[in-house]
Design a protein. Structure first.
Length: 308
């Protein structure tokens, strides 16, 4: 079990004169500049939203089930201090496609091998910006252009709201939940949530596996329940706008079916209940001290039998 610390340093602290915490320590269940009341918020800074320790996000719910409460709690209080080049293309893609996000810094080099390039990359990360090599920036711009040339995507992106933060309380447990849709727009009388994904392939048949591995069914349900809880729409749509990173940057617009969303809803319910229980008891269980008996995936046995 991991005990919750009584106090922690303000995650946004700017020293003794910090306008957020006054330069002191804050209780773990308090919040620096993040909303304490349900609603939709348009201007919450990235660092405040992502460092919020008083509410559960979709990515947090997925991480909680993928690991264990002890690991989740550790990662919550020890956020990754750097970005990886692999993620920067996706971050820049979101920024250019939806018009909101960290500033992009072009590094005019062919690769990251030179010290000057590495230093510029590190500085951009430290400044909260997204560093891209010139060729990566061209790649991202081509991806955005491809997305905007897709008829459905162009219609969805013609008018809407980018990166608005949704905060609401779970009816069953009372804990605060949060979501930050990439884009929300209207199609007739229905609100549509759009989530942009950059991927190795945009083939619809490949998305099913990615949806399982990356928890996209949980994400779809989580965002929908936020919109419903805030009274914005009783049955919002949720669409994935998937753009391939490789030429010719093919685009697909994907909607998960009812069974997938029901699967995501069940997993979200489990994650929210677990999170609420850990906060209430102040304990965050690890894997335990027992010996775990583990089986191999079934496909390994089928593969062995078929090879005989």
């Amino acid at each position: 079990m991991t005990e919750v610390p009584a106090v922690h340093d303000c995650p946004f602290c700017m020293g003794a004169g910090c306008p957020r915490c006054g330069g002191g320590e804050v209780d773990d269940r308090e919040l620096c500049q993040a909303p304490s009341e349900p609603g939709m918020y348009a201007d919450i800074p990235n660092e405040v939203y992502h460092a919020d320790r008083n509410s559960l996000s979709s990515s947090g719910a997925r991480h909680l089930l993928a690991t264990c409460p002890a690991q989740f709690h550790h990662d919550l209080h020890n956020p990754r201090e750097y970005s990886q080049d692999y993620f920067d293309v996706g971050t820049a893609f979101h920024t250019l496609l939806f018009g909101v996000g960290p500033e992009i810094v072009e590094i005019k080099e062919n690769d990251w091998r030179k010290d000057a390039a590495k230093d510029a990359q590190a500085k951009a990360w430290a400044d909260g910006k997204t560093p891209l090599l010139s060729k990566q920036l061209l790649q991202v711009k081509a991806m955005v252009e491809a997305a905007r040339e897709n008829d459905i995507a162009a219609t969805l992106l013609s008018e809407g709201m980018a990166e608005h933060s949704l905060y609401w309380r779970d009816k069953e447990t009372g804990v605060m939940l949060r979501a930050r849709p990439d884009w929300m727009c209207r199609s007739g009388n229905r609100l549509i949530i759009v989530d942009g994904k950059s991927a190795d392939t945009s083939a619809p048949q490949a998305f099913s596996k990615a949806a399982v591995n990356l928890g996209y069914a949980m994400q779809g349900d989580f965002y929908r329940r936020g919109v419903i809880a805030l009274g914005m729409d009783p049955d919002p749509g949720f669409l994935f706008l998937v753009v391939a990173k490789t030429l010719p940057h093919l685009v697909s617009v994907i909607e998960l079916d009812a069974d997938a969303l029901a699967y995501g809803a069940a997993r979200n319910r489990r994650a929210i209940d677990l999170y609420a229980d850990c906060r209430e008891t102040g304990t965050w269980p690890d894997w335990g001290s027992d010996v775990h008996l583990v089986s191999l995936p079934r496909w390994t046995y089928h593969a062995e039998e078929s090879s005989r």
